[in-house]
Design a binder for this molecule. Structure first.
Ligand SMILES: NC(=O)c1ccc[n+]([C@@H]2O[C@H](COP(=O)([O-])OP(=O)(O)OC[C@H]3O[C@@H](n4cnc5c(N)ncnc54)[C@H](OP(=O)(O)O)[C@@H]3O)[C@@H](O)[C@H]2O)c1
Length: 296
């Protein structure tokens, strides 16, 4: 007897966003059924109506208030930031729970900063470590909502950091740092989307839940990134550094710098025969793809 197993149906929240666009493209390439929505997450009636209409098996929540031109915006718009990142995110997860829908949240690892126990070059933060960075209101909301939301049994929380695409989209971390007048030089965990987004679909399809640090293994400094960028993409590129103290004078909110431990993610993905390359190797490959596409 052939069982009539319903196919997965993905609904991507935050439909006009950058990560959401990549998810849609990826799912379509994989031949999967994917829908997007721009319904506000905090609008409970509209969320419920959308879930009832589309009947997804999986929600991919790539919606969130990220601020424009950057997270400094959240410092001056605290209520709007909370409405999206706390009330909205929790509401969407709760509505999915009520309907028995798996919900993957594209969250952030920018809730940590290097400390005595986790120094530069030392051990990374694991999923169970309490957030220790609230230097920006954006990170503050993200850390608080994660700490509550993780108790939902239908939720998979993926902590991205400084995401990088294979193009020079304005939201790409490389685009940002290559356009700054001066950059700090600190090792960080980064998420190369080409490596990690397929992993997010795998985890969702297996109905995995819980919190995962969602970056390539290792940490890479700004100068190492830009050196590889110069080598493969833009040979004429030059940049200048400044210190954290100097940086703090030109930004309103603090920025997180940290390394995440991805042992949990790597071990889980081994079960699905999926490997995520070390961050330096991942950048080499990413910049080679960029160059091959004629991006300079
Ligand atoms: N890019 C990064 O550096 C980075 C790093 C780590 C984690 N993340 C997280 O990953 C997620 C996606 O990021 P992204 O870079 O793709 O950001 P993005 O391009 O700003 O996309 C976010 C989308 O969410 C929508 N949105 C905001 N508040 C909403 C709400 N209350 N209800 C419904 N939609 C809402 C926005 O629409 P409107 O513009 O109409 O509000 C926007 O289209 C975010 O949660 C972000 O915090 C991003």
């Amino acid at each position: 007897m052939v069982l009539n197993v319903p196919a997965n149906r993905f609904l991507i929240w935050g439909g006009n966003g950058w990560v959401a666009g990549h998810l849609k493209e990826l799912l379509e390439k994989q031949g999967k059924e994917a829908y997007t929505t721009t319904v506000r997450m905090e609008d409970r009636e509209a969320v419920i109506r959308t879930l009832q209409e589309i009947k997804p098996t999986h929600v991919l929540n790539a919606a969130g208030c990220t601020g424009r031109p950057n997270v400094d915006w959240c410092e001056d718009n605290k209520e709007a930031t909370m409405r999206s990142n706390v009330i909205g995110t929790l509401n969407l997860t709760d509505c999915c729970f009520q309907f028995g829908i798996h919900c993957t949240v594209f969250a952030t690892g920018c809730i940590y900063q290097y400390d005595e126990e986790h120094p530069i070059g030392g051990k990374g933060f694991i999923e169970e470590d309490e957030a220790n960075f609230d230097g920006s209101f954006y990170s503050f909301t993200k850390a608080k909502v994660e700490a509550m939301m993780k108790f939902y049994s239908n939720v998979l929380i993926l902590r991205l950091r400084m995401p990088v695409s294979d193009d020079l989209h304005p939201r790409n971390f490389v685009t940002k740092i290559s356009a700054y007048e001066r950059v700090v030089d600190i090792p960080n965990s980064n998420t190369i989307l080409t490596d990690l987004l397929p992993a997010s679909i795998l985890l969702a399809e297996h109905s995995d839940t819980g919190v995962y640090n969602f970056t390539n293994p290792g940490a890479i400094s700004h100068n190492e990134v830009l050196t590889l960028f110069k080598k493969h993409v833009r040979p004429s590129f030059e940049w200048k550094n400044f210190t954290l103290e100097e940086q703090s004078k030109v930004i309103k909110a603090g920025r997180s710098n940290c390394k995440l431990d991805v042992t949990k993610l790597v071990n889980k993905l081994k079960e699905y025969n999926y490997e995520v390359p070390e961050v330096h190797d991942a950048y080499e490959a990413c910049f080679k793809r960029m160059a091959a596409a004629g991006i300079r």
